[in-house]
Design a protein around this ligand. Structure first.
Ligand code: SF4
Length: 180
């Protein structure tokens, strides 16, 4: 892979660095592991976003539908960023990192040219109040589903991409992916 060439579609490594992503790699979609267990973890709702927007289950569709959407594409660009926390109970720091990662993913979406499917962190806060579940998503073309919501084992995704899932004590690492 050429450092100054396109990593995927029209996106270069420097573009990802400028958005704050500190690790990235391109793998084959066939290396991405999908699992009903991950969807079951969503149902436990530890993140509090289950059944709240069109970006997460069940609104996002069945596991089979999610897999089929990804498998239309041959390749998967994985990107991540580690955020420093004050300590392992720094919930505010985790939420701040989550929001920053979501915003950086949105900026990346605006830069990409061509056909792709972007997945990122849980939930969607594009609208003041989500239409879910009473009316269709206002911006389906801009909706980034969550990696976990799509049933993707993020620690295995990180492993396949040669990226650390955990960046050490007092950090939180978020991941996103572009299927293309
Ligand atoms: S874009 Fe708006 S309507 Fe669609 S999932 Fe996000 S918040 Fe809900």
């Amino acid at each position: 892979m050429e450092e100054n060439g396109n990593l995927f579609l029209n996106i270069k490594a420097d573009d990802l660095r400028a958005l704050g992503f500190d690790r990235f790699a391109v793998i084959k979609t066939s290396e991405v592991t999908f699992s009903p267990e991950v969807r079951q973890m969503c149902e436990v709702n530890r993140c509090g976003r289950y059944n709240t927007t069109w970006a997460c289950p069940p609104g996002i569709g069945t596991l089979e539908e999610c897999m089929a959407r990804c498998r239309v594409f041959e390749n998967c660009a994985v990107f991540s960023r580690a955020y420093q926390l004050e300590d392992s109970f720094d919930f505010e720091g985790m939420m701040e990192g989550h929001e920053q990662f979501s915003e950086a993913s949105e900026e990346l979406r605006k830069m990409i040219e061509g056909k792709f499917l972007m997945l990122s962190v849980e939930g969607c806060s594009k609208c003041g109040k989500c239409t879910y579940p009473d009316a269709p998503c206002r911006f389906p073309e801009k909706l980034s589903g969550s990696l976990e919501g799509y049933g993707i084992f993020v620690n295995r995704l990180a492993g396949a991409a040669g990226m650390p899932y955990n960046s050490g004590p007092n950090t939180v690492t978020y991941f996103g992916a572009v299927f293309f």
